[in-house]
Design a binder for this molecule. Sequence first.
Ligand code: HEC
Length: 154
Amino acid sequence: MSRIKIGLLVLSVIIIAIQFVQPARNQNRQVLDADITRLYMVPENVEAVLKTSCYDCHSNNTNYPWYVNVQPGGWWLASHIKKGKAELNFDEFGNYSKRRRQSKLKSIASSIEDGTMPLPSYTLIHKNAKLSKEDKTLLLNWVKKTRDSLLLKN
Ligand code: HEC
């Protein structure tokens, strides 16, 4: 066998072998008391946009796409979920201190304004998660309202 053939063979074995390493799924259907919708007014249309565009990485429930079964696609997503949830989890928002909630809401607004969220590498594949101009305005207005109400409560 030529070197190229051996190389290809080894590569195929590796590609097949990694298919067996599946990260644990992020799916936990129960609604926790700390869920953001239990704390603040989250209108249905706002929740719908958050669910489509943010919840895959910032909640306890990921809506898994087909490529999760094709490694390293699943690993790629799992790593985003892990990092994303560590920074911000809408299902556990109520466990944050008031100060942290304020600062998270502030960074939500700036991430939307700057277009850093949802991650561009993600919207490349998940076209429906891309925020339209209207979605952005909707979310930004909601963040502002929620932040103002938090300030009053303090
Ligand atoms: C594909 C996964 C993914 C999606 C979808 C996603 N994020 Fe993120 N988000 C991340 C990751 C990963 C981080 C951690 C920082 C980084 O790597 O950029 C993060 C960080 C953040 C942070 C920073 C938190 C902080 O305190 O600095 C905010 C805010 C945020 N995301 C908001 C959003 C919002 C709002 C949406 C939806 C409009 C969204 N994200 C969609 C993966 C995602």
